[in-house]
Design a protein around this ligand. Structure first.
Ligand SMILES: [Zn+2]
Length: 396
């Protein structure tokens, strides 16, 4: 494939029909090379043609091809978009295979680079084997993440139906203002409303503005944008820390966790344009939607659920996702479904008068649905109420 600039086969698209490289191998069972094998066998030729590839450790090159292979297989399964071509300055990470990297206190040996010192951010337990090692470049420096395995620690089996007591099951409703509303009436607030987070968001806005008015291509612009990037990094770190804490709170004293199966991409979609007779467009609420989309991105529900799944797996807690249909409109007492049941922050059933905090009520419905999926009869449960005072109820 020919292209302008740094044409690099590692970063070009691979055809799944093996049009790149020699297609056959000696194996009689599967005589065709996979895209990865074809490209990997091309590496020596590549090194001859572009000598700077020789400076890169050979397993790192192979791992990069593997990552590309993963990216393409995800793309062909329709899970992600088409992988984007990258030039070498765009690469932010590289990976070593197991058995390559050595550790000695706060020194690490990276093949092709040598011994390097690193800041030991957390103690590494003894008696483990080092799996793959990834080196990443971030806005505030280089980071190395070590994947370690200890075979003496057995994997905990996931709890089955008989080990789960319905009182210790938590239904969780994800939201923007209240990050997680739990079916037992507890609420975990969104840190975006927190003083520190608000200050960070304001600082980010100021830095972005000051960076964007700098002269294009200038050194000052570059410096300003690196400041923006480092603040982004900080914010992402503190959000991630908050998510880990939330995951800990949710999994403590719990037998099973139930979430709604959210279509986050669908929720963030743009509003449909509204045409008018004169050929122009009427306002369709997109500017308000943009703010909501940003809030959805900031809450990072997908990231949160991934972390919860990691923490839950450690104690064998099953994490179940249920269909969210009508969970905010349904009365858990008499099963009456109506859009009028929900009155902003409150839930008041128009049929039987059952009332609760709207989000906690949603969480209760999610829990009921999850229990059904687990095969436990949810009808015998007492209904827990969130913080709704009679005053609030009479106000409507
Ligand atoms: Zn009702």
């Amino acid at each position: 494939m020919r292209s302008k600039g740094e044409a690099c086969p590692l970063t070009c698209s691979v055809s799944k029909s093996h049009s790149v490289g020699y297609p056959w191998k000696k194996n009689k069972k599967t005589p065709r090379r996979t895209a990865y094998e074809a490209q990997s066998s091309n590496l020596p030729i590549l090194k001859k043609e572009r000598p700077w590839y020789k400076t890169i450790n050979s397993t790192v090159l192979q791992q990069t091809l593997r990552q590309l292979d993963v990216a393409f297989s995800k793309f062909f399964k329709n899970e992600t978009g088409h992988p984007k071509p990258k030039r070498r300055s765009r690469f932010r990470s590289f990976k070593y295979t197991p058995g390559q990297v050595k550790l000695d206190g706060n020194r690490i040996y990276l093949p092709g680079i040598g011994w390097m010192r690193f800041h030991d951010s957390r103690p590494i337990p003894s008696g483990f084997t080092l799996k793959s090692v990834t080196v990443r470049r971030k806005a505030r420096g280089w980071f190395v993440s070590l994947q370690i395995e200890d075979k003496s620690v057995p994997a905990l089996p996931v709890k089955n139906k008989n080990e789960i007591s319905p009182d210790r099951v938590k239904g969780c409703d994800l939201g923007i203002k209240k990050l997680v509303s739990i079916s037992n009436g507890e609420i975990i607030q969104n840190p975006a409303n927190d003083k520190v987070f608000k200050r960070q968001a304001r600082r980010l806005k100021l830095r972005q503005r000051s960076a964007s008015i700098k002269k294009k291509g200038s050194r000052n612009r570059k410096k300003s944008f690196s400041k923006v990037a480092s603040l982004h990094d900080r914010i992402a770190n503190s959000r991630s820390a908050y998510h880990w804490k939330t995951a800990k709170v949710l999994t403590d004293g719990t037998d099973a966790l139930i979430f709604e199966d959210l279509n986050i991409r669908g929720m963030k979609s743009r509003c449909k344009p509204k045409k008018n007779e004169s050929g122009g467009y009427n306002p369709n609420g997109q500017s308000a939607k943009r703010a909501l989309n940003r809030a959805i991105s900031d809450a990072a529900w997908g990231e949160l659920i991934k972390k919860i799944e990691v923490v839950a797996a450690k104690s064998g807690i099953p994490v179940i996702k249920v269909n969210p249909r009508h969970t905010s409109q349904r009365c858990p007492k008499c099963h009456h479904v109506s859009a009028e049941n929900r009155k902003k922050e409150k839930f008041v059933c128009t049929n039987c008068g059952h009332h609760n905090d709207a989000d906690v009520n949603g969480a209760v419905n999610i829990k009921m649905r999850g229990l059904k999926e687990l095969g436990i009869d949810p009808t015998q449960l007492p209904l827990v109420r969130g913080e709704v005072t009679p005053m609030e109820l009479t106000a409507t």
